[in-house]
Design a protein around this ligand. Structure first.
Ligand SMILES: NC(=O)c1ccc[n+]([C@@H]2O[C@H](COP(=O)([O-])OP(=O)(O)OC[C@H]3O[C@@H](n4cnc5c(N)ncnc54)[C@H](OP(=O)(O)O)[C@@H]3O)[C@@H](O)[C@H]2O)c1
Length: 334
């Protein structure tokens, strides 16, 4: 028997409860081409998307009932996949867990073997969830900038939504690689926190978040990681240097994007979309290798709060209110 957080809306009314389940309750996710396995989950995390699902604020969940949690880390307890042995420490990010199939806010989970990435020896299951989809998306953004030749010698790079999960990890990762990092935040009280992560300059959120910005403005940044979207992304694009790149992964301000072609046709700026959910496994393995290599564990600890499963609903409300700094790990066995 094990505990899980379960959401349901089968009858039209949203319900959220902590339940005790046994393995037979875990829905099947595999088939003859996709062998499955059972993970003893040690940790999950509350990403922005999880907060939306747990608070029923957005149609994240596409099948009911649902165990939320788009991330999990733990140890393989049973395996039908010859490539993923029992006892292997694994992380799962995305692939629709917590959206289409049951996710990580549980003590046991059934997933496809192909969804798992073996954790590098240097990353604990707790650290893997301190990183979570937010941090793994940050490294995908950093890789995207590198692939577009945004190197530290090209000039400063910007991170928007910097005090959030994606932003905090992105600041730390970019600073570790020698970039001059400018951090945009709406929380000036987090300036010391962001400086400790490696930011050299704090940019007021309101400098970038207003509608009606010019199509092109002074070119300030060689590149950017944008977790915010909307007017912020439009204003960032207008301030990126020629041949620069913006890795866009988020919509914390909004999903809209009112911009012009000017940054693209007059400065050769690249807008690179980053989507973490269905990234091929090989790129995930590389992303986790880089996280292991680049992410300072003390800084990771400084941006992380740990809660128990019972606290998840309250934390979700805090995340949606923009009051959570950095990352929240869920110890599902606490
Ligand atoms: N593409 C993908 O695969 C992928 C993966 C992970 C996350 N995401 C998306 O990335 C975004 C960030 O995720 P997260 O986990 O970092 O969330 P988070 O921890 O809640 O951080 C979001 C941050 O955005 C800033 N923000 C919030 N509301 C804002 C507003 N109205 N205007 C401007 N800035 C605002 C805040 O930063 P400050 O307090 O510093 O201003 C906040 O901390 C979300 O939209 C999420 O859905 C996408």
């Amino acid at each position: 028997m094990f505990r899980a957080l379960r959401l349901d809306k089968s009858d039209g009314e949203f319900q959220r409860e902590f339940v005790t389940l046994d393995e037979g309750d875990l829905p099947t996710v595999g088939d003859s081409d996709h062998p499955e396995l059972v993970v003893d989950v040690e940790y999950s995390t509350v990403n922005f998307k999880d907060a939306l699902a747990v608070a029923d604020q957005s149609p994240i969940v596409r099948s009911w009932p649902m165990v939320p949690g788009i991330d999990l880390a733990g140890i393989v307890a049973l395996s039908e996949d010859s490539e993923v042995p029992v006892g292997q420490r694994v992380v799962v990010n995305g692939w629709g867990i917590g959206e289409d199939t049951w996710g990580g806010m549980t003590q046991r989970a059934r997933v496809r073997g192909s969804w798992t990435v073996p954790l590098p020896d240097g990353v604990s299951t707790a650290q893997a969830m301190a990183i979570g989809t937010a941090g793994y998306t940050s490294i995908l953004c950093v890789l995207a900038l590198e692939e577009h030749h945004v190197t530290p010698d090209r000039g400063p790079v910007l991170v928007t939504g910097a005090a959030g999960g994606v932003g905090s990890v992105a600041v730390a990762l970019l600073a570790a690689r020698g970039y001059e990092v400018h951090a945009s935040t709406g929380r000036p009280e987090e300036a010391d926190y962001l400086t400790a992560l490696g930011a050299s300059t704090i940019v007021e959120r309101s400098e970038l978040s207003q509608p009606g910005g010019r199509p092109l403005a002074r070119a300030r940044w060689a590149g950017a990681v944008d977790a915010v979207g909307s007017h912020t992304l439009a204003n960032v694009l207008a301030q990126v240097q020629p041949e620069g790149c913006v890795a866009a992964c988020g919509l914390a301000q909004g999903m809209d994007l009112m911009t012009s072609v000017a940054p693209f046709i007059l400065r050769g700026v690249t807008l690179r979309g980053v989507h973490s959910v269905h990234v091929p496994r090989q790129r995930r393995v590389e992303a986790w290798r880089r996280l292991d290599e680049d992410l300072d564990r003390e800084l990771l600890a400084s941006m992380t709060t740990t809660v128990g499963l019972d606290e998840v609903p309250a934390v979700a409300d805090e995340v949606l209110a923009g009051r959570v700094r950095g990352r929240v790990v869920v110890d599902v066995n606490a």
